[in-house]
Design a protein around this ligand. Structure first.
Ligand code: AMP
Ligand code: MG
Length: 409
């Protein structure tokens, strides 16, 4: 049985990101939201595109106004009005200025902007009442933010509002993104029924498939829901064979313990899969099967217990999917330190995960363990979970108010 750290290293090393040439599609700008950029983006435009004013005021020659003061103002002739969006027509000669507005293009020969608040207008002249603090004050120079042809965004970033803004400004209306990862999901168990069926004695609803499909979607992959597969070797073999030839990642839940009806591992091997992990020293989640097939597909046989399935998904599957999806940075699990609001106890034998909520209170992270039973079969108190507190092997008690490692989910 592997430790969580060992299992994590094995799993993350089994997979590689999608191919930057083959595994991409071109989408329009708005559809690129939440997708992952497949190629670096550059622009042929400089930012700003031209020298422009950072203020409403007057475009001047610095040498004309460097001695200006309240007592000895400098009077300049106004030769042009330049609103944003217009090409200036005049060249500013000695003793002249142009009225200019924020974002408007600087006229030729003017090198400095004097803000309106330091001037007084007199018909077609302006009095400069204070010298600029330096030459070129309040001018945004062409290319001072970005030089045409250099990299604007690297491959592997997830595109959200801020990145979409940059792409739009660069007139990048078509974007090359990684294709969505296909994740096949099915549940195993004779006791399972879909949520729309009345329950017969002994039956339970297959909640795992819905939970996993929602989580897969949430991280930008495409779930293929393959349904409920009974605990029969033939049916399981058919489902697994179908899944591995139609998806990049396969998630099954149930059937990976040591029970009499737990066939998953045997079938994976019979289909040519290589099993890398059969169990991990964690609670919940000990029975976890990880296998790969020669076509690069990775198979996660998650435990059937609803909370175990979720905890192992968050701990191993979610980062793996993000890595394969092409995310260059930040695909790894994220931990923070938080103060626990309640004491947390474990027998110290396996790495133990408590589900609950992370709160930010007066600038300090606090972990609120979910009330009710912290039992892997109890799904009822999992709603609103956004974090898992972790007690390492050997840690048996973290008292109220003490610090605990928390995994963000
Ligand atoms: P197993 O790993 O197949 O031994 O299942 C462990 C426990 O989880 C059993 O009590 C199952 O009834 C329950 N379980 C298995 N699969 C699911 C599922 N898809 N949805 C909800 N509970 C499940
Ligand atoms: Mg089962």
């Amino acid at each position: 049985m592997f430790s969580v750290k060992e299992a994590e290293a094995i799993v993350f090393n089994l997979v590689q990101p999608l191919d930057r040439q083959r595994d991409t599609e071109v989408v329009d700008l708005l559809s690129a939201n939440s997708r992952i950029l497949a190629s670096p983006v550059s622009s042929q435009l400089d930012f700003p595109h031209w020298d422009n004013s950072a203020m409403d005021g007057y475009a001047v020659r610095y040498t004309d106004v460097q001695q200006a003061s309240q007592e000895q103002p400098v009077s300049l002739e106004i030769v042009e009005d330049i609103p944003a969006g217009y090409q200036p027509q005049s060249t500013i000669q000695q003793g002249q200025a142009a009225r200019i507005f924020t974002g408007a293009v600087m006229p030729t020969s003017a090198d400095t902007v004097v803000m309106q608040e330091r001037t007084r207008r007199e018909d077609n002249r302006v009095l400069i009442l204070a010298a600029p603090t330096k030459p070129q004050e309040f001018v945004r120079h062409r290319a001072c933010y970005y030089k045409a042809g250099t990299q604007l965004l690297p491959a592997g970033v997830r595109l959200h509002g801020t990145e979409i803004a940059v792409l739009a400004a660069a007139q990048c209306t078509q974007v090359s993104v990684f294709r969505r990862l296909r994740v096949a999901i099915f549940s195993t168990g004779d006791e399972l029924v879909t949520p729309d069926k009345p329950l017969q004695p002994g039956q339970i609803v297959d909640s795992n498939q819905y939970a996993l499909a929602a989580l897969v979607k949430q991280i930008g992959a495409e779930p293929l829901m393959l349904g409920i597969v009974p605990d029969k070797p033939d049916a399981l073999e058919e489902a697994i064979a179908h899944a591995i030839s139609n998806a990049d990642v396969v998630l099954s839940s149930g059937g990976v313990s040591v029970g009499d009806y737990d066939y998953v591992e045997r079938i994976i091997e019979s289909l040519g899969g290589e099993i890398h992990i059969q169990a991990v020293a964690m609670k919940p989640g000990k029975p976890l099967t990880v296998a790969t097939f020669t076509n690069q597909v990775i198979y996660f046989g998650l435990p059937g217990n609803p909370v175990s399935a979720l905890v192992t998904f968050w701990r191993f599957v979610q980062p793996t999917i993000k890595k394969i999806s092409g995310l260059a940075e930040g695909w790894q699990p994220k931990f923070v330190k938080a103060r626990t609001r309640h004491q947390l106890r474990s027998d110290g034998k396996r790495e133990t995960y408590f589900w609950g909520q992370l709160h930010l209170t007066d600038g300090v992270y606090e972990f609120q363990v979910a009330g009710g039973s912290q039992n892997s079969g109890n799904l009822i108190n999992i709603a609103q979970t956004n974090a898992l507190a972790v007690l390492l092997v050997g840690q048996t008690l973290i008292s109220q108010g003490e610090e605990v490692q928390v995994l963000l989910v």
